[in-house]
Each structure stands twice: as structure tokens, then as C-alpha cells.
Design a protein around this ligand. Sequence first.
Ligand SMILES: Cc1cc2nc3c(=O)[nH]c(=O)nc-3n(C[C@H](O)[C@H](O)[C@H](O)COP(=O)(O)OP(=O)(O)OC[C@H]3O[C@@H](n4cnc5c(N)ncnc54)[C@H](O)[C@@H]3O)c2cc1C
Length: 406
Amino acid sequence: MSGLLRGRTFFKKYDMKKSYDVVIIGGGAHGLGTAYYLVKNHGFKAENIAVLEMNYIGAGGSGRNTTIVRSNYRTPEGIRFYERSMELWRGLSADLDFNMMMSNLGHFTLAHTDSSVRVQRERAETNKLLGVDSRLIFRDEIAELCPELNMSMDIPYPIEAALYHPPGSVLRHDAVVWGYGSQFSMRGGHIHQGIKVTGIRKDGSGKCIGVDTNQGPIDAGVVMSAVAGWTTQVTDMAGIRTPITNHPLQAFVTEPVKPLLHKIIVSANLHTYISQTDRGEILIGSEIEPYTTYSMRSTNTFLEHSTANALDVVPLLARLKIQRQWTGYCDMTPDFSPIMGKTEVDNFVIDAGWGTWGFKASAVCGETMAELIGTGRTPDLIEPFRLSRFAEEMLVPEKAAASVSH
Ligand SMILES: Cc1cc2nc3c(=O)[nH]c(=O)nc-3n(C[C@H](O)[C@H](O)[C@H](O)COP(=O)(O)OP(=O)(O)OC[C@H]3O[C@@H](n4cnc5c(N)ncnc54)[C@H](O)[C@@H]3O)c2cc1C
């Protein structure tokens, strides 16, 4: 079988070649975004780039996340990085000619204790210094902006204050995957689904020269791992150690109802978050599970805890029926920041450590990883996220900005 096969979708299907300039492992938003920007920004021929996906594109975290994008992080390194992603999100529908259905709802991080108020104040001030729209607001303004919230003082954790981030938004994760994927594919880029990478090939000097797959070996000038929750499996193949542990993260939606919740609500202390989707479902998420596993089994314990916490915050949800529940993997790092860039294996680069926060970074990851591969230089924006920072004790501590993690 050779040449072009037209399928039912607007993806083109090509036969797999024996050699590519760049092989990207993982068909999530990060891998597909990188492929797109390599062609758009760095003059790569699309037909010389392959994205290898063992399942179907978007099968990982890219199709399982709760679609929140924001840049109200804690560290200057994090804020600058996620703010660049916000700039890209705002223009992405036009850029990809694909409606991302971005809804700018505004994002609340509720603080229920004095120490949490201090953390949110610190974030607000650092955000402002870097030009990001965030401010600390108190009970009266919270009640005015979001009347659905439970402002009672007669509950275990009354709301004291909130970090308000007006640009916080949700957008369609499937549109991000399909937008990047279809634009790359229509330019001639190779997306191969159902192809599992089983090994990282090296030459005698230890340099990466390609991958082994369930369909045979492929040569590559550069190999990029963009497999998020599966990262340690691929880095093991490359002989690289990372401090990543893999935890499940669950979420659920209720039956759809008319618009009733107009903000994205995150509770830093109750470890729960709530938003209403464009379809009308109430979407509720929680913290990561404390155990490490490669199981995607959803649990009843999660439902019990997260519904109780969500109802403390927005009691009017009490009569809604739960419609669907799911789980994804989170590749957690010790400092809650990603791991991006070159590795000790020449020509093998990684984009990992995306934990609970990687969807919002998909756009800036694509852009910066493409720049790294295209120019051979590490962009300033991702330099702080280098793998070697753990050995150098130069962590980028973002735990306080994750809000829903242990
Ligand atoms: C319930 C939940 C809610 C979340 N909510 C948010 C949120 O609101 N905001 C936010 O910013 N982030 C959120 N996240 C995190 C976010 O989903 C991820 O960090 C992000 O999607 C990672 O994208 P990716 O493209 O790097 O990886 P993925 O989308 O996980 O893609 C990796 C792909 O690699 C493939 N793969 C793995 N191993 C191989 C192999 N050996 N060969 C070939 N292919 C392979 C997998 O099949 C997978 O499709 C959430 C995560 C979960 C689970």
C-alpha cells in the first residue's frame, strides 16, 4: 500500500517511512503541537516528521483533562511560561482555523484558612509584577461576583478570600488535539496511530539514532518523548532517570443543566474544583490519588469525597445526578513544575512532568519544544525546567499554585 489514503476524517493517512528527521513519541496535544510548530515556525518538511501514538490521538491526558487554562502561577518562571501559553490560546482558533470554543469565565482560587490567604496574596502580587491580571478579593466581592458560592460562616471551612484571575478560561481539549493534528496532517505530516515505541535506539557512542516499534525500527535525527503519564516507561528505554511518579487523577460530570455557574471555582483547602461545561454539565475534579499506579480504574471513594467537598462550596448542586466518571495519569514531579529540554542522551529530548497542569501548557510546549529541536538552543522560557535542576537543587516550586494536589 503506498501513497495517500483518504479516510473519513480530515486526517491524511500515509505509509510509515523507515526514516524521519524528527520522531515524536505520543499523540497528545504536546506531541501534535510540537509537530505543527516545527513545520510552521522552523521550516521542517511535514513529511519528514512522524508522531507515533500507541493508541489513538488524544487517548492520554489530552482527552481526559478538565480543560482549565490560566497563568496565575506562583514562580516568575512558571508565570512567564503559562502566560505565553495564554497568548497562544487566544489566537489559536484563527491560527488553526478550528474553533477552540474558548470560554473566558474567570478563575477563583478560594482560600479558607489564614495561611492559604497568605499564599494567594503572594501569588497575586507576583502575578501583578509580571503583568498578569490577578488580585486578592474578599467575602463581599466574592459573593457579588459568584452568588452561587456558599458564604456561610457556619461550616467547617468558611471562605475567607480568593485569588481572582479574570483571564482564566476553559476550552475544548478535543479541538486542541484535532486542530493541531489536522493542520499538521494536511501539510503532509505523518501521524501513525496504533504504533507503540518499544525501544530507544542508540549508536556506539550512546547517541540516539531512532526508535524500535511494534512495526519495526525507525531512524530519526531527533527523538522527542511527549508521553506524559508514560514518561518513565520511555525514559527507562533511553536509560535516563527522572524523579517522576505516576498518580491517577479522577473527574466526573453531572447531567447537563441550564447555565448556573459562571466562574471556574477551585478550593485550595478542600482540594476540589468545579466548572460548568458548554454542554451544561457540572464538571468536578479533585486532588491526585495518593498512590502510584498504571491503573485507570475510577473509584467510589473519589466520588464520595469530591461530591462532599464540592457541595460544601456550591450547595445548589445537591440534586444533580452524576452522569460520567473517568481517570487519567499524572506524571508528578517533586516541585510541581515540568521537565523539558535536552537529556544526557544526545538527540533525545523530553517534554514531561505534566502532572495535573499540562493541558494549559500544550500550546507553549509545542512552540518551545519545536524551537529547541529546530534551532538546537534551549529557549529561555523552558531553561528553568531542565532535568538537571534536581541534581543542581534549583527547583521551581509550584505546589502552592496546583491547589488540588496533596
Ligand atoms: C482528570 C484530569 C484532569 C486534568 N485537568 C487539567 C486541567 O484542567 N488543566 C491542565 O492544564 N491540565 C490538566 N490535566 C493534566 C493534563 O491532562 C496533562 O498534563 C496533559 O494532557 C498532557 O498532555 P501530553 O500531550 O503531554 O500527554 P498525553 O495527552 O497523555 O499524551 C501522551 C500520549 O502518549 C502515548 N504513548 C504513551 N507511551 C507510548 C509509547 N510507548 N509509544 C507510543 N505512544 C505512547 C499515549 O497513548 C498518549 O496518547 C488533567 C489531567 C487529568 C487526568
